[in-house]
Ligand binder design. Structure first.
Ligand SMILES: CC(C)(COP(=O)(O)OP(=O)(O)OC[C@H]1O[C@@H](n2cnc3c(N)ncnc32)[C@H](O)[C@@H]1OP(=O)(O)O)[C@@H](O)C(=O)NCCC(=O)NCCS
Length: 203
């Protein structure tokens, strides 16, 4: 063997790695998935991911419902409910994107990931308006998440060119009435429904 070929072989044996066996080539690579949603950092240092609701969120929605105090269930659904039936949870997660939008705030620091807040709109095409609903889990309240979700809903309505965003709110629901007032909504009493106000924002 010449000196030159001995030098080349030497350098190959130092630097070239034999390829891994075929069955290990991809198993060794880290799986790179696109992160879903936007990372949110709360003022008190907690982290959440804001994203669109998905059909796979049913179990998280049901667990969230089980953690809610009866008062928040009544404030969100406008009547008492002891459980969230599976068909309803499925319906809430499988939206029609033409007529609905729903954003969830997911806590991915725990396993399984938990839903801490959700805001949604149902669009009435004929009236060119949308009805909202919003919910933030108690332990995550008063840190701006309700306002953030409502602002997303307002932005989404504007993006779709809708003229009004509205919702029903119980008169005893001071947190929601205050939140809506801060965002510029106007409340009107519903005739014949003493305990309920209709809250409206012209867009
Ligand atoms: C109403 C609700 C969404 C508020 O969510 P939240 O994340 O706590 O709201 P925020 O932290 O964004 O608060 C925004 C503003 O709302 C008002 N607000 C919120 N909670 C309040 C409370 N307990 N008392 C008085 N005002 C309150 C305040 O003006 C607050 O601004 P500030 O914190 O600067 O004073 C939440 O309490 C909830 O999910 N309630 C149960 C479901 C419900 O009522 N949904 C509405 C009908 S669809």
């Amino acid at each position: 063997m010449s000196t030159t070929s001995a030098r080349v072989l030497g350098s190959l044996s130092r630097h070239a790695q034999p390829p891994p066996p075929a069955n290990e080539r991809f198993a060794r690579s880290p799986v790179l998935t696109q992160p879903k949603g936007e990372a949110m950092h709360t003022a008190d240092g907690r982290e959440l991911v804001l994203r669109n609701i998905e059909p796979g969120d049913v179990a998280a929605v049901q667990r969230c419902f089980k953690r809610l105090p009866a008062q928040d269930v009544r404030r969100r659904f406008m009547h008492a409910m002891s459980e969230l039936p599976a068909p309803m949870a499925q319906r809430l997660c499988r939206i029609d994107p033409e007529l609905e939008a729903a954003y969830v705030l997911m806590d991915e620091t725990v396993t399984p990931a938990e839903l801490r807040g959700v805001g949604r709109i149902f669009i009435d095409v004929a009236a060119n308006s949308a009805e909202f609903s919003v919910l933030v889990e108690r332990e995550w309240s008063r840190i701006g998440l309700g306002a953030l979700l409502m602002q997303r809903l307002v932005d989404e309505c504007r993006r779709r060119g809708l003229g009004e965003l509205w919702g029903y709110v119980l008169m005893e629901n001071r947190p929601m009435l205050e939140l809506c007032k801060e965002l510029g909504f106007v409340a009107t009493m519903l005739p014949g429904e003493a305990g309920t106000a209709q809250i409206r924002l012209a867009l």
